[in-house]
Design a protein around this ligand. Structure first.
Ligand code: PMP
Length: 489
């Protein structure tokens, strides 16, 4: 302990809040000072250990400091290879592209080009939007409610929190808070029809766009998996009208959702894929991969200094290969389904857990206020019967009917309002129990889990135990303040 008796980590946290921008995010809810990490575990400067289910916002497919990642980085360092080479060819980059192309949906790999972008996901989104605008000569973009594509100007335009004339917003299908008041397959079908009519109605006020951008599972939007049938409809609608389809797999890629790329669940082949996070094996790397006939760019049309990070490419190659050869996507599917089933039981115990949903190891628990009246959207549902959900991979609802569709108790009357304070309380209680979770969703009321794909059964059980305890503590705290969010009798 330093002079004055205050632990060093407190000083670091104090200096952080005094010196860093007011825009800092994760650091506000997670006042820890990581000094060591391995796999799922982070150790703070205060000596406490945490199970990290934030995983660098879904970046760490193999967890922290996986031995194959460290070995790949060391190999480059020890080889004397240059670390910075702009976009020049190197053996390290060559190996990365070979491994990346090996994993891509075959319909795309056969005729793909790759563009190395600036190092963040948002850079690759910018590149994708620029590419389709150059290739089509059009400017508009179709994007979805609740989308998140990044923080630079173009990505932000396409994200759900923005308002911009160049982007036309279409409804993203969801069961729990379906904007069309129906949910399930029917809601997805209506959402698809809306997309179609916006494009085909000459007076819709929407010009033929340069592209459509979508996330196969919305992450920041609240862990909302798109139904496979809807994904196929979007592919068909865009293909029929020569609109390039951009799949933003920044968060869903590299096994996270139970398939190597989330588009594989529906079998569609997008025209452009936006990739970042896990492809750099914990170091910054972002690319777009796209159909070669879209490659109309002039030399230098999308340049940037930091597009040749050799360490990230080596770490990324090791990560992609490890996920592929160890079947970690399949593992994510199995373990994710198990974790969802466990959490759904939690939802039966605690009325404040409104919904549990996800795909693979991308899991969300939506906290609601069970005392408050059900939402206006839900009121339109009265008498419309339970929401029907399109198959076993749409685990957003609690009960499973005999025909494999799922039903939500109370769906006929709509969901309770979101409870962001309760979600924040769950996050705090998790941290007290040594578990790091993320919040997200339209109302910041979704507790999100993005554990590494290498998480063991025992670790998953520990995560679920701690999360269950945290939900109980938060619910009791809420009940203690006059609420009734505690245990269902
Ligand atoms: N797209 C998606 C789907 C994302 O989840 C994110 C980041 N959460 C981004 C784009 C932006 O990536 P970055 O933060 O690296 O710019």
């Amino acid at each position: 302990m330093p002079a004055g008796g205050r632990p060093a980590h407190e000083g670091i946290l104090r200096r952080q809040s005094a010196r860093e921008s007011a825009a800092r995010t994760y650091a506000r809810a997670l006042p820890i000072v990581p000094v060591r990490a391995r796999g799922l575990t982070i150790e703070g400067a205060d000596g406490r250990r945490y199970l990290d289910c934030l995983s660098g916002a879904g970046t760490l497919a193999l967890g922290h400091n996986h031995p194959v990642v460290l070995a790949a980085i060391r190999k480059v360092l020890d080889s004397g290879a240059p670390l910075h080479v702009l976009d020049l060819a190197t053996p390290v980059k060559d190996a990365f592209i070979t491994e990346l192309f090996r994993t891509l949906p075959p319909g795309l790999t056969d005729r793909a080009r790759v563009q190395f972008c600036g190092p963040a996901g948002t850079d690759a989104v910018e590149a994708a939007l620029k590419l389709v605008r150059a290739a089509t000569g059009r400017t508009g973009v179709l994007a979805f409610t609740g989308a998140y594509h990044g923080m630079t100007a173009g990505s932000l335009e396409a994200s759900g929190g923005a308002f911009d004339v160049r982007v036309t917003r279409l409804p993203y299908p969801q069961d729990y808070r379906c904007p069309l008041g129906v949910g399930g397959e029917r809601g997805a079908e209506l959402a698809a029809r809306w997309a179609e009519s916006v494009l085909d109605d000459p007076k819709s006020g929407v010009r033929l766009p340069a592209g459509m951008i979508l996330e196969p599972v919305q992450g920041e939007g609240g862990v909302i998996p798109a139904p496979d049938a809807w994904m196929r409809r979007m592919r068909q609608i865009t293909a029929d009208r020569s609109i390039p389809l951009i799949a933003d797999e920044v968060q869903t890629g590299v096994g996270r959702t139970g398939a190597f790329w989330a588009v594989e669940h529906s079998g569609i082949v997008p025209d452009v894929m936006v990739l970042s996070k896990a492809i750099g094996g914990s170091l910054p790397l972002a690319v777009i991969v796209y159909r070669e006939d879209l490659d109309v760019w002039e030399p230098g049309a999308h340049a940037g200094t930091f597009r040749g990070n050799q360490l990230a490419m080596a770490a990324g190659t090791a990560t992609l290969a490890y996920v592929r050869t160890h079947g970690l996507a399949e593992r994510a599917a199995v373990l994710g389904a198990h974790m969802l089933a466990h959490l759904r039981r939690l939802a039966e115990t605690f009325p404040c857990v409104g919904d549990v949903r996800g795909r693979g190891l991308m899991i969300g628990v939506e906290m609601v206020d069970p005392e408050a009246e059900r939402g206006a959207l839900g009121k339109g549902l009265e008498g419309s019967g339970p929401a029907r959900v399109g198959g076993p991979d749409r685990p957003s609802e609690r009960g499973a009917a005999a025909d494999g569709t799922r039903t939500t108790p109370g769906a006929a009357r709509g969901p309770h309002p979101a409870a962001p304070e309760l979600a924040a309380a769950v996050q705090r209680e998790c941290l007290r129990r040594g578990l790091i979770v993320e919040l997200g969703g339209r109302h910041s009321s979704v507790v999100r889990l993005l554990p590494p794909l290498t998480i063991t059964d025992e670790q998953a059980a520990a995560v679920l135990d701690r999360l269950s305890d945290a939900v109980e503590a938060a619910a009791l705290g809420h009940a203690g303040r006059g609420g009734t969010a505690g245990r269902a009798e």
